[in-house]
Design a binder for this molecule. Structure first.
Ligand SMILES: *[C@@H]1O[C@H](CO)[C@@H](O)[C@H](O)[C@H]1NC(C)=O
Ligand SMILES: *[C@@H]1O[C@H](CO)[C@@H](O)[C@H](O)[C@H]1NC(C)=O
Ligand SMILES: [Ca+2]
Length: 223
């Protein structure tokens, strides 16, 4: 039974129907500043989103602004954007509207980040290393568009492009997941502790992605 199943999987992979990679022991390394290096993430499903959560772990010593997660549609380049404008602050954008979260940063350590948003209330949560920051709200009643380019490493100012090297990410990113619901505190805690809890839109354990430019997949060193 097992043999038949994995045989079918190999066949599907060969046909290119699924080319999913289990990256659970790996990270993407963005080794130097550029205006082109990025990873395009291909979602497992596409639908307008009322609720969402994105989690990832990032390690960088940048002392300038950079994008952590850039989800653009044809109408809004900042449809869903997690951005670090400076030390001590995170920005979330939904449908091109921005809110900011203040925090005492420690530059020298990998950071586990979960950001969630629900349309019904507009409330956004930002969890940094298992701690919730003060909640803010934006875009109450909005629907996040389904047809998106999802990019790590660069900040999109158009659908899939218009990158600025001054906002590029330099460092390491791993454990990227996305869900179509708001994670519970317990679920955030499980992820922070390194337990497997797979995203249903993006799943680090079965990721479809395309590397463009100088981005390297390497074993994770930080755990
Ligand atoms: C989104 O979350 C709200 C609760 O905040 C829930 O009532 C609603 O059904 C959810 N929508 C979807 C599509 O899951
Ligand atoms: C860079 O670091 C200096 C102090 O070391 C700080 O004053 C400055 O705000 C930092 N710049 C950014 C963009 O975080
Ligand atoms: Ca942008």
């Amino acid at each position: 039974m097992k043999i038949i199943l994995s045989g079918a999987l190999v066949l599907y992979s060969l046909l290119g129907t699924i080319a999913q990679t289990d990256l659970r022991k790996e990270v993407f390394v963005f080794p130097k500043e550029s205006s082109d290096a990025h990873v395009l993430l291909i979602p497992q499903m596409k639908k307008p989103l009322q609720n969402l959560t994105v989690c990832l772990r990032a390690y960088t010593d940048l002392n300038r602004s950079y994008a952590l997660f850039s989800y653009a549609t044809r109408t809004h380049d900042n449809e869903l954007l997690l951005f670090k404008p400076r030390v001590g602050e995170y920005n979330l954008q939904i449908g091109n509207e921005k809110i900011s979260f203040e925090i005492n940063d420690d530059l020298s350590y990998p950071v586990h980040i979960c950001v969630s948003w629900e349309s019904a209330s507009g409330i956004a949560e930002l969890w940094i290393n298992d701690k919730p920051l003060v909640r803010k709200g934006l875009k109450k009643g909005y629907l996040v568009g389904a047809e998106a380019k999802i990019i790590l490493g660069q900040e999109q100012d158009s659908f899939g492009g218009n990158f600025d090297h001054r906002q590029s990410f330099v460092g390491e990113i791993g454990e990227v997941h996305m869900w179509d619901f708001v994670l519970s505190p317990f679920q955030v805690h499980s992820l922070y502790s390194g337990q497997t809890f797979s995203g249903n839109i993006l799943n680090w354990g079965a990721l479809n992605y395309l590397i463009k430019g100088y981005v390297v997949t390497k074993p994770q060193l930080w755990s």
